[in-house]
Design a protein around this ligand. Sequence first.
Ligand SMILES: *[C@@H]1O[C@H](CO)[C@@H](O)[C@H](O)[C@H]1NC(C)=O
Ligand SMILES: *[C@@H]1O[C@H](CO)[C@@H](O)[C@H](O)[C@H]1NC(C)=O
Ligand SMILES: *[C@@H]1O[C@H](CO)[C@@H](O)[C@H](O)[C@H]1NC(C)=O
Ligand SMILES: *[C@@H]1O[C@H](CO)[C@@H](O)[C@H](O)[C@H]1NC(C)=O
Ligand SMILES: *[C@@H]1O[C@H](CO)[C@@H](O)[C@H](O)[C@H]1NC(C)=O
Ligand SMILES: *[C@@H]1O[C@H](CO)[C@@H](O)[C@H](O)[C@H]1NC(C)=O
Ligand SMILES: *[C@@H]1O[C@H](CO)[C@@H](O)[C@H](O)[C@H]1NC(C)=O
Ligand SMILES: *[C@@H]1O[C@H](CO)[C@@H](O)[C@H](O)[C@H]1NC(C)=O
Ligand SMILES: *[C@@H]1O[C@H](CO)[C@@H](O)[C@H](O)[C@H]1NC(C)=O
Ligand SMILES: *[C@@H]1O[C@H](CO)[C@@H](O)[C@H](O)[C@H]1NC(C)=O
Ligand SMILES: *[C@@H]1O[C@H](CO)[C@@H](O)[C@H](O)[C@H]1NC(C)=O
Length: 342
Amino acid sequence: MASLKLLLVLLGFLYLAIIEAQETTYLKHNCSSNKNFTANSAYHFNLQSLLSNLSSTTTDFYNATAGTTNDDTVFGLFMCRGDVPLQLCRQCVQNASERISSECRYSKEAIIWYDECLLRCSNFSFFSTVSEGPTLCLLNTVNATFVGSFNTFLAKMLTGVVAEASNYSASPKNFANKSDNISAFQTLYTLAQCTPDLSSKDCHRCLRDVMGNISMCYLGKQGGRVLYPSCNLRYELYPFYRSITDSAPAPTPSANTPLPIVLTVLLGFFCYILQKRRKKSYKAVLLENFGDESATLDSLQFNMGIIEAAANKFSQENMIGKGGFGEVYKVTKANLEYVKSK
Ligand SMILES: *[C@@H]1O[C@H](CO)[C@@H](O)[C@H](O)[C@H]1NC(C)=O
Ligand SMILES: *[C@@H]1O[C@H](CO)[C@@H](O)[C@H](O)[C@H]1NC(C)=O
Ligand SMILES: *[C@@H]1O[C@H](CO)[C@@H](O)[C@H](O)[C@H]1NC(C)=O
Ligand SMILES: *[C@@H]1O[C@H](CO)[C@@H](O)[C@H](O)[C@H]1NC(C)=O
Ligand SMILES: *[C@@H]1O[C@H](CO)[C@@H](O)[C@H](O)[C@H]1NC(C)=O
Ligand SMILES: *[C@@H]1O[C@H](CO)[C@@H](O)[C@H](O)[C@H]1NC(C)=O
Ligand SMILES: *[C@@H]1O[C@H](CO)[C@@H](O)[C@H](O)[C@H]1NC(C)=O
Ligand SMILES: *[C@@H]1O[C@H](CO)[C@@H](O)[C@H](O)[C@H]1NC(C)=O
Ligand SMILES: *[C@@H]1O[C@H](CO)[C@@H](O)[C@H](O)[C@H]1NC(C)=O
Ligand SMILES: *[C@@H]1O[C@H](CO)[C@@H](O)[C@H](O)[C@H]1NC(C)=O
Ligand SMILES: *[C@@H]1O[C@H](CO)[C@@H](O)[C@H](O)[C@H]1NC(C)=O
């Protein structure tokens, strides 16, 4: 019986570890419905070669052009979130380009957002220009406590992170993250990023507009984000970005590796992850992967069932501090109530 419980716990954690190592999270796409190209045209061909060029690039930002004549030239770029490791970035761009070509089949203008990356194409050159539409707003529906002081603190933090992200001598990747303690119990995490083709001034303008949107939509909420094609801003009461040391390679057992070896390797990996995260970023693991995307809610609930069962058994066995685990689950459940507002 005890070993069954342990197995359950391990399965839960293995799942988290694996998910964290290789999964990317789709958020939304938007395709033009009035600017279409025809199948097998020169435009179609150029788009395909542009997407394959973008998905075989090994950087965290790239802009590219395909085509020679005005009518069938395609412009495109991708950008990964500043803390995403390059390997995951590339997987994200590959998935994004597959998905954009199936979802936006014949659209000349298309954009797709993932948690980890953004991919955009168009028939006009949008490089080095601020684009503020289409917009994606995601909202944490949980109300903040002590709303007045939370908002003051939030405004101060966002102003700081925006200033840092748009100061290219301080943030060459046009990316900044800042965290600070609101109280002894709460830490606010913020992130801002612009596509690197923007000038410092344009980046600042874009992020200022995003901030305006955040104050309209989200004041009083515990978390939220606004994503424009050119820049984005996010804040939460949990660490939603990775720390650089977290980029452990994904375990990729091959089909014919004997099961005991696979299990041993996975177990080792799990212990490693667990040890590394026990103190600080446990919430990050759970929330990053399960917290906020309504698109994956269905599978989440199932997975959370496993985790919850595992967590309860685990704390009964007193193998991990009850407090830490209970808290993680409570926070996660609250965050399952995220909705898309737009
Ligand atoms: C890419 O998409 C496939 C399914 O389309 C999925 O199995 C895989 O996990 C995705 N990769 C990433 C990095 O999200
Ligand atoms: C993408 O296209 C550019 C211009 O044609 C080329 O220089 C570059 O090598 C290509 N990158 C990849 C990874 O194919
Ligand atoms: C990328 O964008 C810059 C402007 O930001 C432009 O000068 C450059 O030509 C673009 N690169 C490609 C391959 O289109
Ligand atoms: C253009 O293509 C999109 C799919 O990408 C489709 O939904 C839309 O109906 C098409 N519009 C026209 C005018 O053909
Ligand atoms: C992009 O395509 C649309 C619709 O096909 C066309 O009206 C527009 O002029 C094109 N823009 C450029 C810059 O080629
Ligand atoms: C796509 O973006 C356009 C322009 O911003 C907006 O009018 C439209 O509602 C968006 N479509 C979807 C499905 O979000
Ligand atoms: C959150 O705050 C709003 C406005 O202050 C209020 O209408 C709503 O009932 C609150 N929601 C919860 C769950 O407390
Ligand atoms: C930009 O960052 C540099 C280096 O951190 C700093 O010296 C400078 O004061 C900053 N500029 C602004 C306008 O904040
Ligand atoms: C925030 O709180 C944690 C523990 O509560 C503490 O270790 C850390 O030093 C605090 N950070 C700041 C900037 O005060
Ligand atoms: C976002 O800000 C822009 C410019 O400041 C404004 O035009 C737009 O209406 C705002 N959108 C929302 C949802 O607040
Ligand atoms: C910002 O992100 C980096 C990389 O993910 C991380 O190492 C660092 O601790 C974060 N900074 C703050 C203030 O959270």
